[in-house]
Design a protein around this ligand. Structure first.
Ligand SMILES: C[S@@+](CC[C@H](N)C(=O)[O-])C[C@H]1O[C@@H](n2cnc3c(N)ncnc32)[C@H](O)[C@@H]1O
Length: 245
């Protein structure tokens, strides 16, 4: 079972995410365990300080090394692991606008899904997400990090939404979490062929003069599949030409 720890100074931000989402369902089904760790518990001194002014001057505050190292060490110890280095099945993932952009390929990798990006279906037992705040992390914190990810070229106040987005996309790929299984996710956007998903329709067959394409009502599965592939290619060419190599 995949164990996920998320370390944050705002643990309350994960309340809805853990109680109401697909992640809650996955935890109930035993596909994963998700634990939120309050960085403040490892803060320095009486006031549990987690930040300080940057050396060399500049605006804002930076996150201190000590709380982060202690929190990660505690997360590893709580899972029966020793130390924070030499990881194979464990990844320590920093959220940062300066990281590599997180994609479906990364979600597949961390979920242990067999895919071209993960041909050996490498599996991980423990993922630890670090949610930064203020001006970000003291650079020395990166020495214990195995991966640094951004969720896009914009800057948010904290790493909580980034961690939640990544965890959601990973957890929904774990076996048994989604009804349709791997087939359902393979035909989605960024799936098997790396294309966007073709347009989809449900009842009624006509709504305010807008008709569902006839082929989808034909019952001819080969024709439907061909139509979907053609539409997926067309849509991707129009909206995300960068995805077509
Ligand atoms: C205000 S940001 C710090 C930005 C940092 N000073 C910089 O210029 O790169 C605070 C924290 O939010 C998180 N964060 C902000 N934008 C993000 C993004 N696009 N992807 C992932 N994490 C992000 C990171 O954890 C970051 O440490």
């Amino acid at each position: 079972m995949l164990k996920i720890d998320i370390i944050s100074v705002q643990p309350q931000m994960f309340r809805g995410f853990l109680e109401e989402s697909i992640v809650a369902r996955a935890v109930k089904k035993g596909a994963c365990e998700v634990n939120i760790i309050n960085l403040r518990d490892y803060g320095v001194g009486k006031w549990k300080k987690c930040d300080d002014k940057p050396y060399g001057g500049g605006p804002g505050l930076l996150m201190l090394c000590e709380p982060w190292f202690k929190a990660v060490e505690a997360a590893c110890a709580a899972r029966g692991e020793e130390g924070v280095l030499n990881t194979v099945a464990r990844r320590i993932i920093m959220t940062s606008p300066a990281g590599k952009t997180f994609t479906q390929r990364d979600a597949e990798l961390f979920a242990g899904v067999a895919a071209p990006s993960n041909p050996n279906a490498q599996t991980f037992s423990h993922l630890i997400f670090l949610c930064g705040h203020y001006e970000g992390f003291d650079a020395r914190i990166e020495t214990m990090v195995t991966d640094k990810y951004s969720i896009g070229d914009f800057v948010m106040t904290g790493g909580e939404l980034a961690a939640a987005a990544m965890v959601d996309s990973i957890v929904r790929l774990l076996p048994g979490v989604l009804g349709g299984g791997p087939a359902a996710t393979a035909s989605e956007s960024f799936g098997r062929e790396g294309l966007l998903e073709a347009p989809q329709y449900t009842h009624p067959p006509e709504f305010r003069g807008m008709k569902v394409p006839e082929v989808l009502l034909s019952g001819d599965h080969a024709k439907i599949e061909a139509w979907r592939t053609a539409e997926a290619r067309k849509l991707t060419k129009e909206q995300r030409p960068d995805l077509i190599k």
